[in-house]
Design a protein around this ligand. Structure first.
Ligand SMILES: [Zn+2]
Length: 525
């Protein structure tokens, strides 16, 4: 049977063909993710250059698929079909909205991809893999100058990328778009301004408190891992679709609709690092697991994806800070730590250990009080390197002097200083602010969650704490799934926050939360 063009249009064939194409692209993308996972968890170091070739080939193929004329045709056929089908009454309003949004996002992504020269894509993939491997070496030897040429190369390739994309945004803003759609430096300064003013004062205030000296302690690697296992078990981990490994820098990644991976790491002398990193990465994974993948078969489509890294971060921070670092959680969970040999005699002891409130040099180990300052430093420095003419050679010095003036600490070496994070080694610029925006979003969402839980009959002063105390974190997850995860890329992060909480994003919920928590910690020390 031959199907005429008009029949094909009406029967949704163009939509189906586009879906098949996207599916194959997603399969290819997930192979790339699998290689990335392997590179960071089990790959031997000498395999780096071959891995760089593999990743470069895949990056070229993916770019070719995402910018090909065939793909463009498929999208435009689906667009014409959609125009007709949306008038026939065969689709309900939700289907019309979802399909329309998917097409709009595909058209926008295609436009970006088509502007990039394939040579640049492949050069970037090679530079990223090399950068990562040199960064690892430089970090072990604490020698920034080994990594400096790779960083310089990545900066110039990214600047070239921003030029090719030729958006009406600055270089840094253009590069930040994939992480944080619609973000501008102006808006960022508006959101971060109050933090820049308040956080150093709060740190100063806490320095002035008289707090008892708490002895430092450590836990065996096996004990730390078994505590992590217990945590994820209590938080409802399904071992048939998730996998946990260790890597130098903890991360979470999705390899397929039924394949969610996360990593953690054990840091000597920091007995809670592994535990909190696990809580954090689990939050990322829960967001991915809650995206409209299964129910709407959107795994291959834009609507099945995370809307922004800040929103992603808000989810990980919720589980790390709001839940795992909360007093009710410590009161419920401290006996498990005691059984593994931790010298804690009460929930309050564990709670204080989770919230030391001592500024340090390391971002990942930082608590909520100083975390924001780590991000402000990185954001200022990367904008300066990309747009302000800050030379790569000057980075370690600039880094150290800002740490001294913002946090009152100085890294002992580059490994503790500007080499601590993986991001720049992979050419990721524009990513860091997402972490701090994530704190703001998490706090604002938590306020809304509190209101909803009260509405559902949890009448205690702190309904989130009540759920945690009772081991009912599944209620918190259910709220996040229903209110936040389900939207995928339907709205950008700021619109989603406003949609869920009824007010535009600001730093006030975060600052209020922080001040209250500090007071509570002070009154129980
Ligand atoms: Zn994270």
């Amino acid at each position: 049977m031959v199907i005429s063009v008009s029949d094909r249009v009406l029967s949704g064939l163009a939509w189906h063909r586009l879906g098949e194409y996207l599916h194959e692209t997603q399969v290819l993308g997930s192979i790339q993710n699998t290689l990335y996972w392997d590179q960071n968890t089990t790959m031997p170091s000498q395999a780096a250059s071959w891995r760089a070739e593999q990743l470069s080939l895949l990056a070229r193929q993916l770019h070719a698929r995402q910018s090909s004329e065939h793909f463009e045709e498929l999208i435009s056929e689906a667009r014409s079909e959609f125009k007709k089908v949306s008038k026939t009454g065969d689709l309900d309003q939700i289907e019309i909205d979802d399909r329309g949004k998917n097409l709009e996002l595909l058209e926008q992504d295609l436009k970006r991809q088509k502007r990039l020269d394939p040579d640049l894509i492949s050069q970037l993939a090679t530079a990223k893999a090399k950068g990562y491997s040199l960064w690892r070496q430089a970090k072990v030897n604490s020698e920034f100058k080994c990594f400096a040429p790779a960083l310089r190369k990545l900066i110039s390739l990214r600047q070239e990328q921003a030029k090719q994309l030729s958006e009406s945004r600055s270089c840094w803003e253009t590069l930040a778009q994939p992480f944080e759609p619609d973000l501008s430096i102006g808006r960022l300064q508006e959101l971060f301004g109050p933090l820049r003013n308040s956080l150093p004062d709060l740190i100063e205030k806490v320095r002035g408190w008289e707090r008892p000296e708490r002895p430092s302690w450590d836990l065996e690697e096996n004990s730390q891992k078994s505590l992590c296992q217990r945590l994820l078990q209590e938080w409802g981990r399904d071992i048939e679709v998730t996998c946990v490994a260790t890597s130098p820098h903890p991360f979470s990644i999705t390899l397929g609709p039924q394949d969610f991976r996360l990593t953690t790491r054990v840091v000597k002398g920091q007995p809670l690092s592994c535990f909190l990193a696990t809580a954090h990465e689990w939050g990322h994974s829960l967001y991915e697991q809650g995206l409209p993948i299964q129910s709407h078969q959107w795994f291959d489509w834009p609507l099945g994806q995370a809307t922004s890294m800040a929103l992603h971060e808000s989810q990980s921070l919720f589980w790390e800070n709001r839940v795992a670092r909360s007093r009710p959680f410590a009161e419920r969970f401290w006996t498990n730590f005691a059984k593994e040999g931790a010298p804690v005699n009460s929930g309050i002891d564990l709670w204080h250990a989770m919230n030391p409130l001592v500024p340090g040099c390391n971002r990942v180990e930082a608590d909520e009080l100083s975390y924001g300052l780590h991000i402000l430093i990185r954001t200022d420095l990367e904008i300066a390197m990309l747009e302000g003419g800050l030379e790569v050679e000057a980075l370690p010095g600039e880094w150290n002097s800002r740490y001294k003036s913002f946090l009152g600490v100085t890294p002992r070496n580059d490994s503790e200083g500007c080499l601590q994070d993986v991001h720049w080694s992979e050419g990721q610029f524009g990513y860091f602010p997402s972490y701090l925006l994530g704190h703001l979003i998490s706090a604002q969402l938590a306020e809304a969650m509190r209101g909803s839980l009260r509405g559902l009959g949890v009448h205690e002063a702190d309904p989130i704490g009540a759920c945690i105390r009772g081991g009912n974190e599944s209620e918190l997850l259910a709220w996040l799934r229903k209110e936040v995860h389900v939207h995928g890329r339907k709205m950008n992060a700021e619109n989603l926050v406003e949609h869920v909480t009824g007010s535009p994003l600001s730093s006030s919920a975060f600052l209020n939360y922080l001040e209250q928590k500090l007071e509570m910690l002070n009154s129980t020390s």
